[in-house]
Write a protein that binds this ligand. Structure first.
Ligand SMILES: *Cc1c(COP(=O)(O)O)cnc(C)c1O
Length: 365
């Protein structure tokens, strides 16, 4: 049976990425060696990392003065690294979920982390609005897409300080203006490649302003000056990322991907809103195009396990909601085909027909 991969991360990759990676595991760039065993300083691999770097710059219109880095340690390492390199006295944070909280916690090791808005009061089901940035804040950190709660800050916030953003789960899913940011970071395993590499886009001019000593490996300037080759970078994940980037370009770039993402999300949200068995958990205006969270409607709570089993029997994988929200989460990242979203929608409609036979006939007319 065809499997439909809705995992939140690591998550679905394009068939092109997987096929090309498999080929390179057997024979990388005609070297007669596997990508698993080549030196990161070999010419063919340097060509890979350079091309990946150039493609990110091209697809996102990265302006002069920024560097693209490929680092280890996950997005979680960036919670610490961003503050280590940028936070001298005070920074502002938006608390929109678990990942934002982790970033705030790390920042507190380095200075004052002012939480200017929080949606903790409603289990992070919305994006706080109308906040203001306090005097003296050196930057504003936010999470563009809250993977666990299914909310998204789609427009770049209009604030008068540099932005630092955790874009792990919506990186390259829609266009945005890089020049508004000092640091953008994204773990690859949501929208780009396998786990193991984190893409960081750094404004070079913003570095070197804090007075503390920064350990070599945690100092962005180390990796900028060595073009992500200070130590051994994650060779295989970077190769897979390059394949995904090529695939993005072949699709027509980030604008084209955004269109597809909007269409996919609409198909699924329309069904959640129409189907009497289900209800979305995120505030409508803040719904994520990447992670679609929903639960059984109040009257049908006891059907949760049954729907999960039904959907699983139809090939749906990874739709269990995060334990802090419950219910279901369908992650529909860039590589998710519309046909898989439609398969899930069909599942929801069939389940409705089984459970509410009369009503669903009416709805379908
Ligand atoms: C998955 C995720 C993280 C954590 O990434 P790691 O690579 O596991 O450290 C952080 N932020 C967001 C928004 C995520 O989706």
């Amino acid at each position: 049976m065809k499997k439909h991969n809705f995992y939140a991360g690591p998550s679905i990759l394009s068939p092109y990425t997987i096929e090309e990676t498999a080929k390179a595991v057997n024979n990388f760039a005609g070297t007669g060696l596997s990508i698993l065993e080549v030196s990161h300083r070999s010419k063919p691999f340097i060509a890979v990392i350079e091309e990946a770097n150039a493609l990110i710059k091209e697809l996102l219109n990265v302006p002069e003065g920024y560097e693209v880095l490929f680092l280890g340690g996950g997005a979680s390492m960036q919670f610490c690294m961003t503050a280590y390199n940028l936070l001298e006295k005070k920074a502002a944070f938006l608390e929109t979920g678990t990942w934002a909280k982790n970033a705030i916690k790390e920042a507190k090791n380095f200075g004052e982390a002012v939480v200017v808005g929080s949606s903790a009061d409603k289990n992070f089901s919305y994006i706080p609005k109308g906040y203001s940035i306090p005097e003296g804040a050196e930057y504003f950190h936010y999470t563009s897409n809250n993977t666990i709660y299914g909310t998204q800050t789609y427009q770049t916030p209009q604030v008068n300080v540099p932005l630092v953003c955790d874009m792990s789960s919506d990186f390259m899913s829609h266009p945005f203006d890089v020049s508004k940011y000092d640091i953008i970071y994204a773990g690859a395993q949501k929208n780009l490649g396998p786990a193991g590499v984190t893409i960081v886009i750094v404004k070079k001019e913003a570095m070197g302003k804090v007075t503390r000593t920064i350990p070599t490996m945690l100092d962005y300037r180390t990796h900028i000056s060595k073009e992500s080759m200070f130590n051994t970078p994650p060779v295989l994940p970077i190769y897979s990322c390059l394949m995904t980037l090529k695939w993005y370009k072949s699709l027509g770039g980030i604008e084209a991907i955004e269109k597809m993402n909007i269409e996919k999300a609409n198909v699924l949200y329309n069904e959640i809103d129409r189907n009497k068995l289900f209800v979305g958990t995120a505030a409508k205006e803040d719904r994520s195009l990447m992670n679609v969270c929903f639960v059984m409607n109040e009257d049908y709570k006891d059907l949760e396990t049954e729907f999960f089993e039904y959907a699983t029997s139809k090939g749906m994988v990874g739709i269990k909601g995060h334990r802090s929200v419950g219910g279901f989460r369908a992650s529909i990242y860039n590589a998710m085909p519309l046909e898989s979203v439609k398969a899930l929608v069909e599942c929801m409609q069939e389940f409705e027909k089984i459970k509410l036979p009369v009503k669903s006939e009416i709805y379908n007319n």
